[in-house]
Design a protein around this ligand. Structure first.
Ligand SMILES: C[S@@+](CC[C@H](N)C(=O)[O-])C[C@H]1O[C@@H](n2cnc3c(N)ncnc32)[C@H](O)[C@@H]1O
Length: 383
């Protein structure tokens, strides 16, 4: 049975014997821990950090004054271990963990959490360590650190719907949230029971929040000392009104962080098998909101220029407005036979794709419901 122990090596002398790849990793870790490192080795790797090196073979006197010795020679580790044993100094052998008096564990750190893993098989230790590191980073292992009174807001882009497209940073913040303020198109994520979920998406029959009310909610909760995650669909900013929420927090003096998300503009075509650009097919992609259609006095999009540009066009919020958009593009010279894909519920199990042309899109996609992304251009043919 081993006795796990974390050592404070700050300012303490550690001897590393050997200067190959293992020794380099050990020296880097020791320096990061504040140890005073001496190296003894006849040959030295170029990668070795800048530490005092005796370029010669190990002699027993080398261990004098060391708190810890790491034998990384692969040749005379047993000799070094024996000298340490006689002097009462802990020695970790790189060549044979089973015959070592001390073990360097596989380590992962996140914030102030240090996890050390030790098993009989070093490769297994690394695999277990990596699994724990991933679970910590993604929030699967909750890492709730209470800092009472420190409210904050994190605007997290949740991706287009598939929870697998939520970023690692987004998951970390969700794992530490007190309250999650969720949009209708944000992914449905599992949250611990104690986390409050407020759905501010406009669902038929449900309470409705206008933009200012959402901003006030974020500020009020943060001022009450809560860690608020504002979970939005796709990316935070792309047609997402993220800036208004950032501004509200800044104005209120509330700490705010922005975590970009995977946007539906690119992820939804990709899940439908359409690369939005492809070498030899197009060198440009334009992402356009169609919520104000062509011909509307409020439209600021130059649809004629867009038609002339010729590359791929990705339309968001175009459901119900396809007829006017397609007519405007064809009217401005884009070929009526240009391929079009309309992707509803992209990345979700209910995803549906209608492939058509500019001439027929309005009729062929008449029953497509929101949310949908429309891709216009020859890249659709690569599907
Ligand atoms: C208000 S915009 C927000 C876009 C978001 N910020 C983003 O980066 O994806 C909403 C539009 O995004 C598109 N959208 C979002 N999620 C989608 C999905 N899963 N499938 C298809 N379209 C989606 C639709 O065009 C929808 O009308």
């Amino acid at each position: 049975m081993k006795f796990p122990l974390h050592l404070d090596l700050t300012g303490r002398r550690v001897l590393v014997v050997g200067a190959g790849a293992l020794a380099v990793r050990r020296v880097q870790a020791l320096l990061a821990a504040g140890a005073v490192v001496d190296v003894v080795a006849p040959e030295v790797s170029d990668e070795l950090p800048d530490v005092p090196v005796q370029r010669r073979a190990f002699v027993p006197d080398d261990v004098a004054g060391a708190w810890l010795v790491l034998a990384c020679t692969g040749v005379v580790d047993d000799v070094i271990a024996e000298v340490c044993e006689q002097c009462g100094i802990w020695c970790s052998r790189g060549d044979d963990a089973a015959r070592s008096a001390a073990w360097v564990p596989a380590v992962t750190r996140l914030d102030d959490v240090v996890v050390s893993v030790s098993t009989a098989d070093p490769r297994r230790s690394l695999a277990v360590r990596d699994a724990i590191a991933l679970a910590l980073q993604t929030g699967e292992l909750p890492l709730r650190r209470r800092r009472p009174g420190q409210g904050s807001v994190a605007l997290v882009g949740g991706g287009p719907g598939d929870p697998g497209l939520l970023t690692v940073r987004g998951r970390q913040l969700l794992a530490g949230a007190d309250v999650v303020v969720r949009d209708r198109l944000a992914p449905l994520v599992d949250l611990p029971a104690e986390v409050e979920l407020i759905d501010v998406g406009k669902t038929p029959g449900g309470p409705s929040y206008d933009q200012r009310a959402i901003e006030q909610l974020l500020v009020d909760r943060a001022r009450a000392g809560q860690r608020v995650v504002r979970l939005k669909g796709g990316d935070v900013h792309l047609f997402g009104r993220g800036m208004e929420e950032v501004a509200a927090c800044v104005e209120a003096g509330v700490p705010v962080e922005v975590v970009p998300g995977v946007s539906s503009a690119f992820a939804v075509p990709a899940y439908a098998g359409i690369p939005v650009t492809a070498r030899g097919v197009t060198q440009s992609v334009s992402v356009v909101s169609a919520h104000v259609p062509p011909g509307d006095p409020g439209s600021t999009v130059d649809w004629d220029a867009l038609a002339r540009l010729g590359g791929t066009i990705v339309l968001l919020m175009a459901v119900g407005r396809l007829e006017r958009v397609c007519a405007a593009l064809v009217g401005a010279g884009r070929d009526a036979k240009t391929p079009v894909a309309v992707v509803q519920d992209g990345t979700l199990p209910t995803q549906r794709v209608v492939v058509t042309t500019l001439a027929d899109a309005a009729a062929d996609a008449a029953d497509v419901a929101s949310p949908a992304v429309v891709v216009i251009g020859d890249v659709v043919g690569l599907r």
